[in-house]
Design a protein around this ligand. Structure first.
Ligand code: ZN
Length: 735
C-alpha cells in the first residue's frame, strides 16, 4: 500500500516554518525557526521494497497518585466525597511518535480532566528539561475522566471552590507523574511499527440523555445504529522485532462506575482495563511496573454512561421522568442509574473487563499498518466571541461562559443535592434571588446569548478573586499517518463528536494528503470547559446542555476552529496557524481552603502501626482478609508516588523468605483510612483473596507516617505495622 507516500511527501523539499511559542510566566516569546527539509529524510537504511520506513516510538508510565486523604475527589462536585484511602493507584501513560522529522506526544492520565493550570505547569517543566522539543503544539494531555482522583489542580474560581482551593499537594504529584511518564517514553524511543484496528464493544455504555439525543435531526440520527459511539479505536505499537511495546486506544464512556458514595482513590473502569492489559502482557510484574504500556483514553463520552442498567427511582423502583430524570418523591436524588454489577466495585470490574477484552482482541488482530508522516497543530482561542457564519447573511457567536440551572441537577450517574431538575428552560425565582444577592445578576447580553439556557451562574461575568471559568482554550490536532487525534477541551456528546470528526475528516481529505483518515476524539484534553452538545441538544437543557458553557453555538465554533487546524495540517502549513492569545497563569489570589493536617494521636499504651483488629488464622480463596492498624494521616506521607501504604506478602517455605505479592495499587487490595475523634485514625487493609491465590502463609503490612511536635517543631515519623501470619487454603467447601 502506498509505500512511497511518506517519502513522496518529504521530497517536496518544502521550507517549513515552525513556530515555537515559548511560554514563560512573564512573557511570551515568538521565535520563528526555519527548517530546510530535503529528501534526506528518506536516506539511511533503505527498507525492503514492500516495507514502509518505521516510526520512532517511545512509551512510558508513571505513578501520579496524590494524597489519598481529606482532599475532595474530582468529578461529582460533592463536598462530602473526600478521599479516604486507595482502591487502585492513578497512572499517567505517555506515547511518543516520531517520523524522523517531527514528534508528537499523547498522554492519558487517570484523572477527571486536564486543567489549564496543570497543562501549563507540565509544559513549563518540560521546557526546563527538554527546551523546545515538547511544546503546546505537539503535546496532548487527556484525562480518563475517573471521578475518584484528588481535586485541587485548577486556577479558576468555580473549580477551586469545589476542590477546597488550589492545592499544591494535589497538583505536584500530577505534574511530576506526567513529566516522568514522558521522560520514560522519551528515553525508550526506538524504531517501531504501528498497526490500527477498530471494533465494536457492546454492553458497556448507554446514553444517559436520550431525550436530548432525540432532538437531533432525524435524517442525521438514521445514519447511526446507536445513540452512543460503540467503536473502540486502537493503535498497537511494536518494536522492529514485532514484539509489542504498548497500545493506545479510545472508547467513549464515562469513568463513573464508582459512585458518589466512594471515598477511595480509584482509576475506575478505564483504569482497570489498562491494569488488566498490562498484567496480561507482564503477568509477573506488580501493578504499575509492567514494561508494556496500555494507554486507554477518553473520547466523546459527554452523554455516555457505564451504568448500563439505566436509571430508576431508588425509593419506588419506578421509572424516572424521561425529560427531567426525577422521581415523584425525592426529585433528582432518587433517580439513579446502576451498573451491571452487584455493587460499584463489581460494576467497575465488569465494565473494565469488557473494555480490556475488546482491546486485547483488537490488539492481537491489528494488521493494518499505519504509515506516513506525523504532524501537529495547535491554537489558543478566546471562546467567548467566536463568530460563526450560519449562512451568507446570518452570523452567530459564542458567549461568555455561564452554567444553566440544570447544571445543579447533576446526572443520573450522580445527582445534585438541591431541588434542581434536568431539562429546565426557565429559571427558578428562589435560586435566582439567592444568586443575585450573593453573586450578582447575569447581564442581559449574556442571558440573551445563552438562550434558552436559564443562567444559574454567569461565570464569565464573575472575576473574584479570580475568573470563575477559562475564556482562552486550546484546540489541537495530532496526526500519525492515517490517524488524526482531535484534542477536545471538554466532554463532547456522542452526536457533537460525530459532527466534529466528520468536519475534521473532510478538511484533512480536502487536499489529497490524507485518504481514509480515522479521526478520533480525545476527550477531557488540555483545559476543562465542561460539556459540548449539539445546538439541538442544547435546546433541551439537560445537564449536558446546561453545562455547555460557551452557549448554543459552542460546537459550531469548535467545528470552525478544528477545521482550520485540519486544513493547515492537510496543506502542511501548520507554521502559519496564528498561536492565538495565551492563557493566563495566575500567581496571585489562588486560594487554599484545606487546613494543614494536624498532629496525630493514638490510643493510650499503643503505637502507630499496632494492630487493633487482627486477621483470622485461616482464610479460603475468595474470602476477604481485613486487618486494622493504628494509623497516621496519609497526608503526612507527602508525595506518595511509587510508594505503597499496603503490602501483602507470601511466605516461601523453601527459602524461608517473604515475597511481595500485592501493593495498594492492586485491584485485590483496599486501603481504607478512617478518621476518628481526637485526631486519632485507623487504617484498614482488605485483601480480596483471588480464587487462584497460591495456597500458602501470608501477612499484611501497613506503612505510613505520623506527625508529632518536638517543642514547637512538627516532626514526621515513618511507621509500619504487620499482621499475624495467616493461611490461605483451597476454596473447596460446602456452600
Ligand atoms: Zn463527565
Amino acid at each position: 500500500m502506498a509505500a512511497r507516500k511518506r517519502c513522496a511527501f518529504s521530497s517536496l523539499e518544502v521550507m517549513l516554518s515552525i513556530l515555537f511559542v515559548a511560554l514563560t510566566t512573564v512573557s511570551i516569546t515568538l521565535i520563528a525557526v526555519t527548517i530546510t527539509h530535503s529528501a534526506n529524510t528518506c536516506s539511511g537504511p533503505t527498507p525492503p521494497p514492500d516495507q514502509e520506513p518505521p516510526f520512532l516510538i517511545g512509551v512510558g508510565r508513571a505513578d501520579c497518585t496524590g494524597p489519598p486523604a481529606e482532599l475532595p475527589l474530582m468529578g461529582y462536585a460533592n463536598p462530602q466525597q473526600t478521599a479516604a484511602g486507595i482502591h487502585t493507584r492513578l497512572f499517567s501513560r505517555a506515547v511518543i511518535i516520531d517520523d524522523g522529522r517531527r514528534r508528537v506526544v499523547f498522554v492519558t492520565v487517570d484523572m477527571g480532566m486536564i486543567s489549564q493550570r496543570l497543562r501549563l505547569e507540565v509544559l513549563k517543566a518540560l521546557r526546563v528539561k527538554y527546551g523546545e522539543q515538547y511544546r503546546q503544539d505537539n503535546v496532548v494531555l487527556s484525562g480518563t475522566h475517573t471521578h475518584s482522583g484528588p481535586a485541587g489542580y485548577f486556577q479558576y474560581t468555580l473549580f477551586m471552590i469545589s476542590s477546597k482551593g488550589y492545592l499544591r499537594s494535589s497538583i505536584q504529584p500530577l505534574v511530576r507523574g506526567i513529566v516522568k511518564s514522558i521522560d520514560r517514553a522519551h528515553s525508550s524511543v526506538r524504531p517501531g511499527r504501528i498497526y490500527k484496528n477498530r471494533g465494536r464493544l457492546d454492553a458497556s455504555s448507554v446514553n444517559r440523555s436520550p431525550h436530548s439525543y432525540r432532538n437531533n435531526p432525524q435524517d442525521e440520527r438514521i445514519k447511526y445504529d446507536d445513540n452512543v459511539d460503540k467503536d473502540m479505536v486502537l493503535l498497537k505499537f511494536t518494536d522492529m522485532d514485532g514484539d509489542g511495546i504498548g497500545l493506545l486506544s479510545w472508547f467513549a464512556v464515562h469513568a463513573v462506575s464508582m459512585k458518589t458514595t466512594n471515598r477511595l482513590v480509584s482509576s475506575d473502569n478505564v483504569g482497570y482495563a489498562a491494569y488488566l492489559m498490562e498484567n496480561h502482557k507482564n503477568p509477573t510484574a506488580l501493578p504499575g511496573q509492567a514494561a508494556f504500556v496500555a494507554a486507554f483514553s477518553s473520547s466523546n463520552l459527554g452523554d455516555v454512561s457505564p451504568n448500563i442498567r439505566g436509571p430508576h427511582c431508588v425509593n419506588s423502583g419506578l421509572a424516572c421522568d424521561y425529560l427531567n430524570s426525577s422521581c415523584p418523591d425525592g426529585g433528582t436524588k432518587e433517580c439513579q442509574a446502576f451498573g451491571p454489577g452487584e455493587d460499584m466495585f463489581d460494576s467497575t470490574r465488569i465494565i473494565g473487563l469488557n473494555i480490556y477484552r475488546k482491546a486485547r482482541e483488537l490488539y492481537s488482530n491489528a494488521a493494518e499498518e499505519v504509515t506516513g508522516f506525523v504532524r501537529s497543530a495547535h491554537q489558543w482561542v478566546n471562546m467567548t466571541d467566536v463568530a460563526v457564519h450560519v449562512n451568507d447573511t446570518h452570523v452567530v457567536s459564542t458567549c461568555k461562559p455561564a452554567l444553566g440551572h440544570s447544571f445543579a441537577a447533576g446526572t443520573t450517574d450522580g445527582g445534585g443535592d438541591l431541588n434542581f431538575t434536568q431539562g429546565a428552560v426557565e429559571g427558578d425565582p428562589f435560586w435566582d434571588g439567592i444568586r443575585d444577592a450573593l453573586l450578582g445578576q447575569p447581564s442581559n447580553q449574556t442571558q440573551e446569548c445563552h438562550r434558552p439556557k436559564p443562567i444559574l451562574f454567569s461565570t464569565g461575568e464573575m472575576n473574584w478573586p479570580l475568573p470563575w471559568h477559562p475564556e482562552i482554550i486550546d484546540v489541537q490536532i495530532l496526526t500519525v499517518g492515517s490517524v488524526a487525534v482531535v484534542a477536545v477541551p471538554g466532554e463532547m456528546t456522542t452526536m457533537a463528536g460525530r459532527r466534529l470528526r466528520e468536519a475534521v475528516q473532510r478538511e484533512l481529505q480536502s487536499e489529497g494528503a490524507f485518504s481514509d483518515v480515522d479521526v478520533v476524539i480525545a476527550g477531557l484534553s488540555n483545559v476543562y470547559t465542561h460539556y459540548i452538545t449539539t445546538y439541538e441538544e442544547y435546546q433541551v437543557q439537560r445537564y449536558e446542555g446546561a453545562s455547555t458553557i460557551f452557549g448554543p453555538h459552542t460546537l459550531s465554533a469548535y467545528v470552525l476552529k478544528f477545521g482550520d487546524l485540519a486544513r493547515a495540517i492537510a496543506q502542511d502549513k501548520v507554521g502559519s496557524v496564528p498561536p492565538g492569545p495565551p492563557p493566563p497563569f495566575f500567581q496571585k489570589n489562588l486560594f487554599n481552603l484545606l487546613p494543614a493536617a494536624p498532629v496525630d494521636s493514638k490510643p493510650d499504651n499503643s503505637t502507630f502501626g499496632e494492630v487493633l483488629v487482627q486477621v483470622l488464622p485461616v482464610y479460603r480463596q475468595g474470602d476477604v482478609v481485613s486487618v486494622t492498624f493504628v494509623a497516621g494521616n496519609p497526608r503526612h506521607s507527602g508525595d506518595v508516588r511509587d510508594q505503597s501504604f499496603v503490602a501483602v506478602e507470601m511466605h516461601d517455605n523453601t527459602s524461608d523468605s517473604w515475597t511481595l505479592v500485592h501493593t495498594d495499587a492492586s485491584w485485590e487490595t483496599r486501603f481504607r483510612w478512617l478518621k476518628g475523634p481526637e485526631r486519632r485514625s485507623n487504617a484498614t487493609v482488605e485483601w480480596h483473596i483471588p480464587t487462584n491465590a497460591a495456597v500458602a502463609s501470608y501477612r499484611i503490612k501497613h506503612f505510613g507516617h505520623y506527625k508529632s511536635m518536638k517543642g514547637l517543631r512538627p516532626v514526621i515519623t515513618p511507621y509500619q505495622g504487620t499482621s499475624d501470619v495467616f493461611r490461605v487454603s483451597g476454596s473447596f467447601y460446602y456452600r
